[in-house]
Write a protein that binds this ligand. Structure first.
Ligand code: UT7
Length: 339
């Protein structure tokens, strides 16, 4: 499928600001040794993670607040007014409330009264799914300035007795500001896929409408994440690779054209597997998993913001984003950096 700009698509989308926010509290591998039967050595060797940030309601580190702080940084970099935003889309599976959406809560915090807001549930691919929808809205001309957020507080659904998952999961938020341009730069394409038949590889235990609180013992309502890590590991590398290759082919680009890959941060060994199967040198794979663990929907926008602020992305660079998560879902995008 080669890239053929649609005759209707006189607009393209560019990223004009990035931002991120991490909770204050840092939980190290050593700290985890006191909670479950694990070791710094095992976690580092099998995942690449050394520490992660865990949020606290006492610090007002709610999903809404983390998302708002990340958005404010992205808005400041973009140099726009909150009133310019006409669309807010948030990828999350851990909003503060079942409803209203995190996007509407953030809209209120920002007083972005001209915007329409809604959330997307696509596991760790939530941010790229949201980016895809916002990109299409801008290309269609229905949005001019959009705020796309990836935020999760996986600590709120972590089973802290399960060593196979609690050492991986973390909290954080990332955001980008998008605007409409008539230049042939910015988001070149987005690609989204899912396979619901494999949902049991990664899911939260029953909650919400499946198991209404009123009918059940409150203890059973604890809303935990469950994962079949080994099967997911192989699937992750395959899906991240196939969707990245789809984006390259669509834009008639090859691996060697890519200046930086910003992949989902689930496991350093998955990032290395992706590098190998795309034949991209490890130096071009952005990784901050050592410091932040797996922040789900937030992992790509946090990594993109870090890479951007570290000066690793220059004007005209090709940046490849690739994600994978619960659903199963996977997604990619290629950016031709325009700033
Ligand atoms: O973001 C969404 C997508 N997420 C993913 O794609 C995650 C994909 N999966 C993974 O990253 C890896 O499979 C894990 C990090 C979850 C697990 O690594 P692994 O190398 O696949 O380990 P394993 O599950 O095969 O377990 C190996 C051993 C087992 O012990 P035995 O049976 O060999 O005696 C586990 O019980 O390691 C044990 N183990 C641990 N030991 C110390 C599992 N977790 C831990 C732990 N500390 N935290």
């Amino acid at each position: 499928m080669e890239r053929k700009p649609s005759i209707h698509s006189m607009y393209q989308t560019q990223i004009i600001g990035t931002g991120s926010c991490l909770p204050k509290r840092v939980l190290t591998n050593k700290d985890l040794e006191d909670i479950v039967d694990t070791s710094d050595k095992w976690i580092t060797r099998r995942t690449g993670i050394k520490e992660r940030h865990i949020s606290s309601n006492n610090e007002n580190e709610t999903t809404t607040e983390l998302a708002t702080q990340a958005s404010l940084k992205a808005i400041e970099m973009a140099g726009i007014e909150n009133q310019d935003i006409d669309l807010i889309i948030t990828g999350t599976v851990t909003s503060d409330r079942q409803f209203p959406s995190t996007s509407c809560m953030v809209q209120d915090s920002l007083k972005a009264t001209r915007a329409a807001g809604f959330d997307v549930s696509a596991g760790c691919s939530g941010f790229l799914y949201a980016l895809s929808i916002a990109d299409n809205a801008i290309r269609c001309g229905t949005s001019k300035t959009a705020l796309v957020i990836g935020v999760d507080r996986l600590s709120s659904i972590t089973n802290w007795l399960d060593r196979s998952t609690c050492v991986l999961l973390a909290d954080g938020a990332g955001a980008v500001v998008l605007n409409s341009t008539t230049e042939n730069q910015g988001i070149l394409s987005t690609h989204i896929r899912s396979d619901g038949a494999l949902w049991e590889l990664l899911y939260s235990s029953p909650g919400n409408s499946y198991s209404p609180k009123i009918l059940n013992d409150l203890d059973q309502m604890t809303y935990h994440l469950r994962m079949e890590g080994k099967r997911l590991f192989k699937k992750a590398i395959n899906c991240l690779t196939s969707i990245a290759k789809e984006a390259l082919q669509y834009n008639s680009l090859s691996s060697s054209d890519i200046n930086l890959v910003v992949p989902h941060q689930a496991n350093q060994r998955i990032i290395e597997g992706l590098a190998k199967s795309l034949a991209i040198p490890l130096e071009k794979m952005y990784s901050n998993i050592q410091l932040f663990g797996n922040t789900s929907s937030a992992s790509i926008p946090i990594a993109l913001d870090n890479a951007n602020r570290e000066g690793l992305i220059k004007k005209n660079d090709y940046v490849l984003l690739s994600s994978f998560g619960a659903g199963l879902t996977w997604a990619s995008s290629i950016l031709n950096w325009s700033r």
